[in-house]
Ligand binder design. Structure first.
Ligand code: ADP
Ligand code: MG
Length: 728
């Protein structure tokens, strides 16, 4: 065994679970580190409270004087919580979060020291932001960007820092982050959904999109993870022969959580609870060392922040437990990768889930309205929704028969399919009293409150209705949920706006009753969005053919999937909904393409390193052993005794074959990379990386994995799957 591998394996074997002290009731601990409503009540004046609440509820501005008061209160609270620094916490287009800490500590001109934090520092900061991706929005001469406070997501103390959630925009006002467009999309869907919800209940004045994510991840021993350059630099294994035992026995899913992992989870949940992240569910996932964590759902902006914070907290707590968390969508070949289902719905300020069937025909008509409009929105913009979950790492998963295919479709289940079919048969225009009664009592009225058929059973559907919410299943485990949430809420907002226009025309110009008008428009939508509904096996070849007939997009890789971001329809959509301008959209597409190129480029370089610095030298050593052995035997027994060295020669030949293969493919990949680097135009370059560079990875891996199978274990340099994947 190589020295590095030996050290890592022995170290990991000697680890005991870190003891986590008993912690008492979670409900008492919940939100302890958050400047939440309770803190506001305690620390704010009446004016400040009203002003901040107004900002949260309707986005109204907070004036400077009030901001000073708020800052003073926050500072006092944060210092009492042990904070020494503050930071604007934001989401640059890298997909992660960013922070730059400043101390409260300041010096007066007379040399005295004090703790300072005013409204100015709370509301706006100007980080030197020229090193964040901007897709060309910020030219260097105006490399300024600023962060601005988002009062709808509460500040929190994390470690010794007061973190203030912020948006990040350029000096000229363009969004440079994932939060600003999300907030705009949420605002759009609030407006549109509130207007439609008022058809059914006049008292509704706000609709919040809700999000409940389900985070999957792998836990790997830290020493073992660090012994693999590919895991350290790319977050996944680029080579590695699958262990003899993987997930085929189905013995990990919902199995007993290993001690070490459990103690990590307990520690993690404690920290999350203090930070106000309502974590609820933990369990083993399908693959060995794979786990899932899910919270209670929340308002979407807060849920996105909480998911990003969670990923950061997980990294830190894992370190304390000598683990490394892998969020990559496909860290290991041969076993499942990780995703992050996004459960989504719309909730009114009156406490109603608009995607939940109710007990009366009227409530069900409301449910059907939002249900059918969502289907219609996804049908119209299916390709755009696909683009929002595209990334180099998620490409490994989408369509890999463990995650949904890259073809978007919606699963609604048998019961609701029947309801939609019946509604489709409703006659046009005015309805006779009999028709109305029939509809209300026997179709709409019959939708049960609990939909038995709508379980999670169809795991192959990328967009499934699961009883009282839709679930986007293709989101990658690493992805910032803000991206799919921005698109989904924007398209639903647009759809609801169009719907309202159509209904109003029927009511005002054609004299239809409101419910008749709603039925009429929904019927048309059911007809025209039929192609997106599919309850069958999304993995099957038949569906691939069928979906092509239905003219659904099937973008198998990121550069292809990103194209639609700047189509005429997308530009128009984001513009009319005030979510992203053309400049912002083009910049985002550029950033995503760049990220794709860089990821593949880095993987290519690491692949070279693995082959030339690790695998080849070890194989050559083994080759020497074999040749020595063969010449030794020959010198003793002389020629004519070839049988004596037949086995050794056969192994040697296989090794030579794969060594040659390894070098050949590796060099060809390097050439392809060099060529790709000379290409102008980001899209073309990304396509070239995708089609001409990436395919070599599989070829190189094949030779390396074959060598791993036949090599002397003591000489194999890289920590093996079997060692990485079975924590105790
Ligand atoms: P599972 O999908 O594992 O069977 P559930 O359906 O109970 O489990 O919930 C899965 C996730 O869906 C949870 O994270 C939960 O918070 C979220 N969820 C439940 N209801 C809603 C809703 N109305 N809006 C958004 N997310 C929701
Ligand atoms: Mg689920």
């Amino acid at each position: 065994m190589s020295k590095l591998r030996f050290k890592a394996v022995t170290e990991s074997m000697n680890r005991w679970p870190v003891q986590v002290e008993e912690s008492g009731r979670r409900s008492e601990m919940f939100g302890r580190n958050v400047f939440n409503e309770e803190q506001m009540l305690q620390h704010f004046t009446k004016d400040a409270l009203e002003s901040v609440k107004g900002a949260i509820f309707s986005g109204s501005k907070i004036d400077r004087k009030i901001a000073d008061q708020v800052a003073e209160a926050m500072k006092g609270w944060a210092i009492s919580m042990g904070a020494t620094h503050y930071t604007h916490w934001f989401q640059p287009l890298t997909g992660a979060t960013a922070e730059k800490h400043d101390a409260f500590f300041d010096l007066l001109s007379d040399g005295r020291a004090l703790e300072k934090f005013g409204g100015g520092q709370l509301v706006q900061q100007e980080p030197d932001a020229s090193s964040f991706p901007s897709g060309g929005i910020r030219n260097t001469f105006e490399a300024r960007g600023y962060t601005a406070w988002d009062p709808s997501s509460p500040a929190f103390v994390y470690g010794t820092t007061l973190c203030i959630p912020t948006i990040f925009v350029s000096y000229t006002g363009e969004a440079l982050d994932n939060k600003a467009p999300l907030l705009r999309a949420l605002h759009a869907v609030d407006d549109a959904a509130t207007a439609v919800a008022k058809y059914f209940d006049k008292t509704v004045s706000k609709v919040n999109a809700t999000l409940g994510w389900e985070q999957e991840y792998f836990l790997i021993d830290k020493a073992l993870a660090h012994s693999r350059p590919d895991i350290v630099l790319t977050g996944r294994t680029l080579v590695g022969n699958p262990a003899a035992k993987g997930q085929q026995l189905d013995d990990h899913y919902f199995g007993v959580i290993p001690n070490r992992a459990l103690s990590f989870m307990m520690d993690l949940e404690k920290e999350c609870t203090k930070l106000g992240i309502p974590v609820k569910t933990r369990h083993n996932e399908v693959a060995p060392n794979q786990f899932e964590l899910a919270p209670v759902f929340e308002e979407a902006n807060l849920a996105v922040d909480h998911n990003l914070l969670l990923m950061d907290v997980m990294d830190k707590i894992a370190d304390r437990h000598n683990f490394k968390v892998l969020f990559h969508e496909k860290p290991f070949e041969g076993i499942n990768g990780s995703g992050k289902h996004n459960n989504w719905s719309l909730a009114t300020n009156t406490g109603v889930n608009l995607l939940s069937p109710g007990s009366t025909p009227m409530k069900n008509l409301q449910f059907l309205t939002f249900f059918v409009n969502t289907i219609k929105a996804v049908d119209t913009y299916e390709e755009l929704l696909r683009s929002s979950i595209a990334s180099a790492s998620n490409d490994h998963r989408l369509g890999a028969n463990e995650a949904p295919p890259p073809v978007m479709s919606i699963f609604v289940g048998e019961q609701l399919s029947n309801v939609l079919d019946e509604l489709e048969g409703v006659s046009k225009g005015k309805l006779s009293p009999e028709e109305k009664t029939e509809l209300k009592l026997n179709v709409v009225g019959k939708i049960p409150e609990i939909l038995l058929d709508n379980t999670d059973r169809n795991r192959t559907s990328p967009f499934a209705f699961t009883g009282n919410k839709f679930e986007i299943r293709g989101v990658g485990s690493k992805t910032n949920c803000a991206k799919p949430m921005t698109v989904l809420n924007t398209i639903v907002a647009k759809q609801l706006k169009d719907f309202k226009k159509e209904v109003d025309v029927l009511v005002n110009k054609k004299n239809l009753k409101k419910d008749e008008a709603v039925f009429n428009v929904l019927r048309e939508y059911i007809k025209t969005s039929k192609r997106i509904r599919f309850d069958g096996d999304g993995y099957s070849i038949d569906w691939e053919k069928e979906s092509k007939k239905r003219k659904l997009s099937n973008n198998k890789n990121t550069p292809e999937a990103l194209q639609v971001m700047t189509s005429k329809e997308s530009l128009e959509l984001f513009k009319v909904m005030n979510v992203l301008s053309e400049v912002e959209l083009r910049a985002r597409q550029e950033v995503e393409l760049e990220a794709y190129i860089l990821h593949i480029q880095i993987e290519g370089r690491v692949m070279n390193e693995l082959v030339y610095n690790h695998v080849l030298p070890s194989c050559l050593e083994y080759q020497n052993k074999l040749t020595e052995n063969i010449t030794g035997l020959k010198s003793i027994y002389g020629t004519g005794h070839e049988k004596m060295t037949a086995a050794q020669s056969a192994i040697l030949q296989e090794i030579i074959l794969h060594i040659n293969g390894l070098k050949k493919e590796c060099d060809a990949m390097t050439d392809a990379r060099k060529k790709a680097n000379t290409i102008d135009g980001t899209h073309k370059k990304a396509m070239t990386y995708c089609n001409n560079v990436k395919p070599f990875f599989q070829k190189i891996r094949y030779h390396s994995d074959r060598l791993e199978r036949i090599m002397d274990d003591r000489l194999w340099p890289l920590t093996k799957y079997q060692e990485l994947l079975f924590i105790k």
